[in-house]
Ligand binder design. Structure first.
Ligand code: T3D
Length: 262
């Protein structure tokens, strides 16, 4: 009995859809907790080999639910760091560390934390009508949910500052041109394209893909030496999987491999 998200598993893909469309899927505490549980279930289910993150209605996510915040000038100042520590940071870490590909289908406007959550995912498809807004500056806040780390690395410092200091909406096409997302898809095709991609990935060597994800995510902060050592360690792990043996065997036998994700 989920109230604020939809969650299902289909052909090896967990589909998590934010479902507070009237508030543009902004996060209240209950939605955070439901997302957290769903991600835990995803990680703990050996049948699940890819995650599709998306949302219901005309928007993807408008970040923190601002109606939850007490802004009475006479009230004690809130500790927003606590909200980041309890909810947003663990969410971003979980998406990055999930040992399977995470596909994000951005179905509409994505603002505040909602613009940065996709950046923590592995493959981001956006509807042509979607927009990414670093809305934080408009309310006196700072980009969070990893945005201040991901953005300069993805789009460069000049564009990152443009987005973060002005809060200018960036269209899906611009986001694609700037290297912020993987693909732009027509609105009506988005869900099917993203699900097809997720299902295809769910048939692949899941552990190998998880190690690839780890290698690439680590590369942005590792030195060359550290990265070479990591590649050696990850290859060692990959070489011990049953899917590696199946991949080579199938190649030698000139047939399509049947990966089991193990
Ligand atoms: O506090 C902490 O925990 C710290 C962490 C913060 C993380 C953050 O994400 S801070 C940033 C919070 N988000 C924003 O500042 C974005 C606020 N929203 C907007 O700027 C606009 O809504 C959009 C640009 C996203 C979309 O604009 P538009 O014109 O398409 O839609 P709208 O009319 O503004 O919104 C539609 C409805 O959603 C509306 O409700 P209503 O009037 O129909 O009853 C609006 O109030 C509601 N809504 C949109 N965003 C939020 C929201 N309600 C609560 N919180 C929101 N963030």
């Amino acid at each position: 009995n989920l109230e604020y998200i939809l969650y299902s598993v289909e052909d090896g893909v967990a589909i998590l859809s934010l479902n507070r469309p009237k508030a543009l899927n902004s996060f209240n505490e209950a939605m955070h907790l439901e997302v957290k549980e769903a991600l835990k279930a995803t990680a703990g289910n050996p049948e699940v080999r890819a995650l599709l993150l998306t949302a219901e209605g005309r928007g993807f996510c408008a970040g923190q639910d601002l109606s939850d915040r007490n802004v009475d000038p006479n009230a004690n100042s809130p500790d927003l760091g606590l909200s980041i520590e309890r909810f947003y940071n663990p969410l971003i870490k979980t998406l990055q560390d999930l040992p399977m590909p995470v596909i994000c289908a951005v179905n509409g406007v994505a603002a505040g934390a909602g613009a940065n959550i996709p950046l923590a995912c592995d493959l981001v498809l956006a509807a042509r009508s979607a927009k990414f807004i670093q809305a934080f500056c408009k309310i006196g806040l700072v980009p969070d949910s990893g945005g201040s780390w991901f953005l300069p690395r993805l789009v460069g410092m000049a564009r990152a500052k443009h987005m973060a200091l002005l809060g200018t909406p960036v269209t899906a096409e611009q986001a694609y041109d700037w290297g912020m997302i993987y693909r732009v898809v027509d609105d009506e095709a988005l869900h099917n394209e993203a699900l097809t991609l997720a299902k295809q990935l769910a048939t692949q060597p899941t552990q190998g893909l998880a190690l690839i994800k780890r290698a690439l995510n680590s590369s942005v902060s590792n030195s060359f030496e550290e990265q070479m050592t990591l590649e050696r360690d990850l290859q060692r792990l990959a070489g011990r999987t049953a899917d590696y043996r199946e991949g080579v065997k199938a190649f030698m036998e000139k047939r399509t491999p049947e990966f089991k994700g193990r």
